[in-house]
Structures are given as structure tokens and as C-alpha cells.
Design a protein around this ligand. Structure first.
Ligand SMILES: Cc1ncc(COP(=O)(O)O)c(C=O)c1O
Length: 401
């Protein structure tokens, strides 16, 4: 691989980060300079096995040679012309996404929050286009995470994220996740859309039951509301299926994607059926950068690498292995281990931040999902030997607690 030639001075870079970056993130006390596969290195040369993957983004690992090659070739061919024009990479990606899913049409954007905003706008337009002026309510669920822009923040019911930014978007109702009776009581003629993560990521790795998803589908059908699945984190191979919802047998009207779709480049997508698209017209929504040629060429390549029986089988196998090895830890500090494929949460009886900090010292990148849950979302190319190394670290850390 091409090495970075000038290593930054660590102290200076950390100080400049504090001085010049808006302080909206709590960051680790080191500077990451490069990566390859499952590993990243900091500016002192220390290596870390990456079980975060840029928060479920780097599905193919760091600096994947195929990704780099497609990116370089497309950058040298055509980078950006806007959505005033058709370009081959954008169309090819749309064809691939539709052929691999329930969807008939795709709207591209640049992030998960934007994809969910698009889904909400399209649902509102669908209701209006079908003559329902006051069918505007959006149903969301406890512990959901749909993004940080004002619209989708309104469906992300965490006081710590919401309170300082009130007033949020009106017309949102939050129901308890997996509570069938509450859904039956709340969803009705004024419901415009129901937005749900089939497996909640940030909220602590909780899966919706197939029965709950089917209930939502039935209620949406009954009241002509749209069912939106947010697969920004759980989609695109992370569970060992291409889509997390496939195992439930329930199909949405809209689905949001982002994180791993372009293997590290910013992208979002709102996938929809023709029924939804029929309500849309030029000017309803848009974005300058969306569907750019480089991003779409890389996403098209990444999707073709992820959507193979070998890759999905690998995720199932390594996910089951990680689950088994976590179960073997058998520590009284572990309250629960849950999830599917390579989206696994380990709930602890102490703050997850302690494990994350110890992980840094031992050469592991780890991330939490809520205060007490460690979320394992490594690159999909993780191997058993990486998992063994992680388990050795966790085992000695937990024994020392
Ligand atoms: C399920 C889900 N939806 C939406 C988002 C927001 O995505 P982004 O940070 O790209 O806006 C996230 C990000 O963590 C997510 O996990």
C-alpha cells in the first residue's frame, strides 16, 4: 500500500483538533493516519484492530485495493455534473439496488439522516398526492436512531439529543418498540408513515420481532400509510443477509440506506416502490452532490462485492463465531449478548467507556451503543483470528474487573 510520507506531530495535531474543530464529538486521544484491511495505525505507529469500521461503514475494510482502483479510475473519468444530467455510475447503482431489493426506484443523497428525511418527505407527498391533506403523522419508536437533522431527530427520542434543539418537527408519535398493542392503538387514518429500524443499532442492538413488523405492515396497509425501514446500519450484508428485514418476510414501502453503501465515501439512498414514486414530481426533493459519479461507481463496486453468497456466508460464519466466543467469556459482568451476523451488542453491568478505553491501550477500536453496551460492527471481512485476539483482550480485561 502507499504509505503516508509525513507523519503529523501527535501533540500538535491533538491540540489543533481541540482549537479548530467544533467540539461536538468526544474523540479518542490519538490521531489515526492510515489503515489496511482490519487494521488502522496512529501517528506514533501503534496499530489497532478495528471493530468499529467507521461505525459500520468500512464493510470491505480499510484501503481495499479494488475500492481504491475504482475510485481512482472514476475520478479520472468524471467526478461530478449534478443531477441535471444522467451518468452511467448512478444509473448502474440504481439498477443494482432495485434488482437486489423490493424497490422499483432509488433516490440518492449523501447520508443516513438525509435518506430518512427523504423517506419522510416522500411519505408526506404520497399522502397529499392521494388526497389526504391531514394525513401527516409520523410514527417512530423508543430507542430509535434515525439521524441528527431536525426532521429525523424528531423521530430519535433521546432527550440528550433532542432537548437543546426544541421545537422539533411536529406530528411525531413515539411508541414502545415491539409493542403490538400500542401500535394497534396508535396507528390510524392520520398516520402518514411508520419508521423503524428492523434491528436498532445506536439504541443498543435490539431486533424487532417478525410479528411486530408484520403488525406494522398490516396496519400500514389498512390505513394506506407507508412503512419505512431504516437499514442504514443493519442493511447491506451486516446481518449475514443483504437486508435485515428479509428474514422477517415483511417488505417496506421505503427503505433508507447509507453507511457501508459506498465503502467509506458519503452516500445515502431512499429506495421505494413505484406506488411511492408515482406521487413524486421534479422539484419535490434534491441535493447538489447526491449520486455523484465517484461515489456511485464505488458503491456499485462495493455492492457487487457484498452481495455474493461467499461474502454473506462469511458474515454469517464469523458472526456466529463471535457470538459463540463472547458467550464463552462467561463473565458475571456480561448481562446479555445479542444481535445477528456482525452486528452484536454485549451489555455490561458497568460503563462501556471503560472497555473502550482499555481497548485503546491494548490496540482495539471499540464503540458503544448506549451507556452499557459494546457494539461490535467490524468490517465484513473480519477473520476468526481477529475475533480470537479480541476475545483474549476482553477475557483478561473482564477478569481484572
Ligand atoms: C439506523 C441509523 N439511521 C440513520 C443514521 C444516521 O446516519 P448519518 O450519520 O449518515 O446521518 C444512523 C447513524 O448512525 C443509523 O445508525
Amino acid at each position: 500500500m502507499t504509505m503516508i510520507t509525513t507523519e503529523p506531530n501527535t501533540e500538535t495535531t491533538l491540540a489543533q483538533g481541540k482549537n479548530y474543530l467544533a467540539q461536538t464529538y468526544a474523540r479518542a486521544p490519538f490521531v489515526i493516519t492510515h489503515g489496511e484491511g482490519m487494521t488502522v495505525w496512529d501517528s506514533t505507529g501503534k496499530s489497532y484492530l478495528d471493530f468499529v469500521a467507521g461505525i459500520a461503514v468500512m464493510a470491505l475494510g480499510h484501503s481495499d485495493p479494488g475500492v481504491v482502483q475504482v475510485m481512482q479510475e472514476q475520478a479520472a473519468t468524471l467526478m461530478h455534473v449534478s443531477n441535471l444530467y444522467y451518468t452511467p455510475p448512478q444509473i448502474q447503482l440504481a439498477v443494482q439496488l432495485c434488482e437486489a431489493s423490493f424497490a422499483d426506484k432509488v433516490f440518492f443523497c449523501n447520508s443516513g439522516a438525509e435518506a430518512n428525511e427523504a423517506c419522510i418527505k416522500f411519505a408526506r407527498k404520497y399522502a397529499r398526492a392521494n388526497g389526504h391533506q391531514d394525513k401527516t403523522e409520523i410514527i417512530g419508536f423508543s430507542h430509535a436512531f434515525h439521524g441528527r437533522t431536525i426532521g429525523v431527530l424528531s423521530v430519535t427520542p433521546k432527550p440528550q439529543y433532542q432537548d437543546a434543539f426544541q421545537p422539533l418537527m411536529p406530528g411525531v408519535h413515539i411508541l414502545p418498540y415491539n409493542d403490538i398493542e400500542a401500535a394497534q392503538a396508535a396507528i390510524g387514518p392520520h398516520t402518514c408513515a411508520v419508521m423503524i429500524e428492523p434491528i436498532q443499532g445506536e439504541g443498543g442492538i435490539h431486533a424487532a420481532t417478525p410479528k411486530f413488523l408484520q403488525t406494522l405492515r398490516d396496519l400500514c396497509d389498512q390505513y394506506d400509510a407507508l412503512l419505512i425501514f431504516d437499514e442504514v446500519q443493519c442493511g447491506l450484508g451486516r446481518t449475514g443477509d443483504l437486508w435485515a428485514h428479509t428474514a422477517s418476510g415483511v417488505t417496506p414501502d421505503l427503505m433508507s440506506l447509507a453507511k457501508p453503501l459506498a465503502a467509506g465515501l458519503p452516500i445515502g439512498a431512499a429506495l421505494m416502490t413505484d406506488k411511492v414514486n408515482a406521487a413524486l414530481a421534479p422539484g419535490d426533493h434534491g441535493s447538489t452532490f447526491a449520486g455523484g459519479s465517484v461515489v456511485c461507481a464505488v458503491a456499485s463496486y462495493a455492492l457487487s462485492r457484498i452481495n455474493t453468497p461467499e461474502m454473506l456466508g462469511h458474515v454469517q460464519e464469523t458472526g456466529e463465531y463471535l457470538m459463540e466466543r463472547l458467550a464463552e467469556l462467561n463473565s458475571p459482568h456480561i448481562l446479555d449478548v445479542r444481535g445477528r451476523g456482525l452486528m452484536i451488542g454485549m451489555e455490561l453491568d458497568f460503563p462501556a467507556a471503560e472497555v473502550i478505553q482499555a481497548g485503546y491501550d491494548a490496540g482495539f477500536l471499540l464503540v458503544n451503543a448506549g451507556p452499557n453496551v459494546i457494539r461490535f460492527v467490524p468490517p465484513l471481512i473480519v477473520e476468526k483470528q481477529h475475533i480470537d485476539a479480541l476475545i483474549t483482550f476482553l477475557s483478561s480485561f473482564l477478569a481484572s474487573k
